[in-house]
Write a protein that binds this ligand. Structure first.
Ligand SMILES: Nc1ncnc2c1ncn2[C@@H]1O[C@H](COP(=O)(O)OP(=O)(O)OP(=O)(O)O)[C@@H](O)[C@H]1O
Ligand SMILES: [Mg+2]
Length: 393
């Protein structure tokens, strides 16, 4: 397995995650719409890649990433394009008149070149159309026999956030309402399903809109970190690929040091282990593991962690940002912080009305958790904690 750092993997580079895949498959088979929930960099996009490549019984997948989209109509335009271009569409022969017309209308308004047997392409048309209505029409009329179409939308929460920031809350609410109506359309139910995810959490954004009732149709599936056995296997597979020799005991130490066993952090550790091995040319033991870990905090990895700090700056009002910053400083220095202290800190920064929402997004976005003890928050990742201590505190 190659060590592909920073971008979603596919094919041979995907470390198998049968448990998560099984849970997604079961939920889709039960007819749910799914929201894949996990903090940044846990491997959501890679899982979607796996599904695209390998499929599931009776299901065809299309995938679109909507990170840069900040407008409802653009959102449906891009989804329509993806679906019209999909393999599923190309296989259609008998279609209804309404379906044919809606498809032709969309093709006239989207820059797309596709050859479909049932479509007589007319010239481009600049009349205004409602992309979301036409999109809904083609889904209503779509006949895939016994197959189900699963539309995977990566970065759905980012789209919602973009609309909220660029166009305001009423338009963001309308976006959610339109999406919910589409999902509830009885003519679509049972043949089209949505699988959503994103690098930022959906519920905290929807909460800002006071609209949690608009996402209750989503079945949330958590993507957990790897367990110790899986993480050891993944690390070994990467190291084998680079012919790195390592003592079993050292593998155990690496996993203990990483603590939060997400594939990305295993890759970061593997990168340094490979470097140390090549430099020293000797079997990796606990001593060399220590050296490798010191290197993880090297400048070259800043780019992966700075994004967490930037997001806080960009998305929080100044007092909330100051609160979050000091909170993380305290956790980095003391390992954990209890709830009473978070309240004291909120009083200090005059954010008693908003600090709970800030805490919740820090949990959702993968900075901190209170899994072990509901009254104490700690960093998810010991690597990130060390980075915060070195570069931010
Ligand atoms: N199953 C896996 N096998 C191998 N590497 C993986 C796997 N899952 C994730 N990774 C690695 O972890 C990193 C993050 O993966 P990915 O982009 O899929 O995560 P994500 O949860 O979609 O991240 P983001 O929240 O930033 O969108 C990448 O470096 C990728 O190579
Ligand atoms: Mg992703």
């Amino acid at each position: 397995m190659r060590n592909i750092i920073g971008t979603a993997v596919s094919g041979e580079d995907f470390f198998q995650r049968p448990n998560v895949i099984k849970r997604i498959a079961r939920s889709l088979e039960d007819g749910n719409h799914v929201y894949l929930s996990a903090p940044r960099r846990v491997g959501k996009t890679s899982i979607m890649n796996y599904l695209r490549e390998n499929g599931l019984k009776n299901r065809v997948f299309v995938y679109e990433i909507t990170e840069s989209i900040g407008d409802t109509e653009d959102f449906y335009k891009i989804l329509a394009k993806k679906i019209i271009e999909s393999q599923a569409f190309r296989g259609l022969d008998k279609v209804s008149e309404r379906f044919r017309k809606a498809t032709e209308k969309l093709i006239q308004h989207i820059n797309i070149s596709v050859d479909l047997p049932f479509v007589k392409i007319a010239t481009q048309n600049t009349d205004k159309i409602s992309f979301h209505s036409e999109f809904e029409k083609i889904l209503e009329e779509l006949e895939l026999n016994n197959l189900h179409l699963v539309i995977m939308i990566d970065e759905f929460p980012k789209t919602l956030e973009n609309i909220m920031n660029r166009k305001g809350k009423p338009e963001a609410l309308q976006f959610l309402q339109i999406f919910r109506d589409l999902v509830h359309n009885p003519k679509i139910k049972g043949k089209v399903q949505f699988l959503l995810t994103g690098s930022i959490g959906l519920p905290p954004i929807v909460k800002k809109l006071d609209a949690l009732h608009l996402i209750t149709m989503l079945n949330v599936i958590e993507v957990p970190p790897l367990n110790t056995e899986e993480a050891g296997k993944m690390l070994q597979q990467i190291l084998d690929n680079y012919q790195v020799q390592i003592q079993p005991d050292a593998i155990k130490t690496i996993l203990e040091e990483i603590d939060w066993l997400i594939p990305f952090h295993i890759q970061l550790a593997a990168q340094e282990i490979i470097d140390v091995y090549e430099y020293e040319n000797q079997i990796i033991d606990n001593q060399l593991v220590k050296r490798a870990f010191a290197q993880i905090l090297h400048h070259r990895n800043n780019v992966y962690f700075e994004i967490y700090l930037e997001r806080l700056k960009k998305n929080l009002e100044t007092p909330d940002y100051k609160f979050a910053n000091e909170l993380l400083d305290k956790i980095a220095n003391k390992d954990s912080i209890d709830k009473a202290e978070t309240h004291d800190l909120a009083v200090k920064h005059s954010v008693t009305d908003t600090y709970k929402a800030t805490l919740e997004s820090l949990v959702y976005d993968g900075y901190i958790n209170n899994h072990d003890d509901v009254n104490r928050y700690r960093f998810n990742s010991s690597i990130f904690k060390l980075w915060w201590k070195k570069y931010v505190c």
